[in-house]
Write a protein that binds this ligand. Structure first.
Ligand code: AMP
Length: 288
């Protein structure tokens, strides 16, 4: 397995791979890898000949008051995990190479990037789409794998890929959860054991909403949201709910009545740590 940090070297490698007609898969990450990331790498291994995993904590997607500096990093461990999961190349570019002096061009997806996460974190998706566009341009993948955990991000990237006419298939992989249901996240390491227990309230609230749809045939989003808020507050009384939204999966347009294309997404601050999660409100899966 190769570890590459130079953009020029990365380009050379991918050009050679393309000339050899190798199918390239890309898994962009910010590192501090967990089983969720590794599941994306496994999927990329299944669908491509060569898998590139990028590690880049992207300053452009963090607001000044967010945790860019504190974001957990462990490159050595990450490289070992990628190697044992079947990755072929780890690409770790430098911030100063990605954003050189006088950098001033961004990729900005309009409508679907402005609600939910985009509303709470106004420049976040502009940072995400810019770095992903740059990574696509440097690594020239045939496929790229993203997690459903960051559902809106995956939809926004798919839109960008279509709009810019990039010949890349975007694969969205299911959310990997801890035993109690908490979605795996690099940020979970911020919790002490007591706080960590309370963090399960995001998953539990999604689960009771899905249950209510299935068992009680409740489809009114406002009623479901009321139940979710109550449950979150009962598990974590200090939780700060940023949003709970029932939207159409593809368009991210809010829906008053749940239907088969509805996904519920939420963002909640648990003891100062902002977590997100989501769940399709009908169908199989994610309902213990
Ligand atoms: P991050 O390192 O947080 O930027 O995440 C890199 C990629 O891993 C993104 O496509 C995320 O959606 C995905 N990811 C993060 N957590 C999970 C998880 N628990 N299950 C599946 N994918 C995940």
């Amino acid at each position: 397995m190769k570890v590459v940090s130079s953009i020029i070297q990365m380009r050379k490698i991918t050009r050679t791979l393309a000339a050899d007609r190798k199918k390239i898969g890309l898994v962009p990450t910010m590192g501090f890898l967990h089983e969720g990331h590794l599941s994306l790498i496994r999927r990329a291994v299944r669908f491509s000949d060569i898998v590139i995993v990028s590690i880049f904590v992207n300053p452009a997607q963090f607001a000044p008051d967010e945790d860019f500096e504190a974001y957990p990093r462990d490159e050595k461990n990450d490289i070992n995990k990628i190697k044992s999961t079947g990755g072929d190349i780890v690409f770790i570019p430098k911030v100063s190479d990605i954003y050189p002096d006088n950098f001033q061009t961004y990729v900005d997806v309009e409508i679907i990037a402005k609600s939910l996460e985009g509303k709470s974190r106004p420049l976040h998706f502009r940072g995400v789409t810019t770095i992903v566009a740059k990574l696509f341009n440097i690594t020239r993948p045939d496929i790229a794998v993203f997690g459903l955990k960051d559902y809106q991000q995956a939809i926004v990237i798919r839109q960008m890929t279509r709009d810019l006419g990039l010949p890349i298939k975007i694969i969205i992989a299911p959310t990997v959860r801890e035993k109690d249901g908490l979605a795996m996240s690099s940020r979970n390491c911020y919790f002490n054991p007591e706080q960590r227990k309370e963090a399960v309230c995001l998953y539990e609230s999604l689960r009771i909403a899905k249950r209510a749809v299935k068992d009680e045939k409740i489809i009114d989003s406002a009623v479901l949201k009321g139940r979710m808020i109550k449950l979150i507050q009962s598990i974590c009384p200090t939780a700060e709910i940023d949003y709970i939204a029932f939207t159409d999966f593809e368009s991210i347009i809010p829906v008053k009545k749940v239907n088969k294309n509805t996904i519920c997404s939420l963002a909640v601050k648990i003891h100062g740590v902002r977590l997100i999660d989501n769940m399709k409100m009908t169908g199989r899966g994610q309902l213990l």
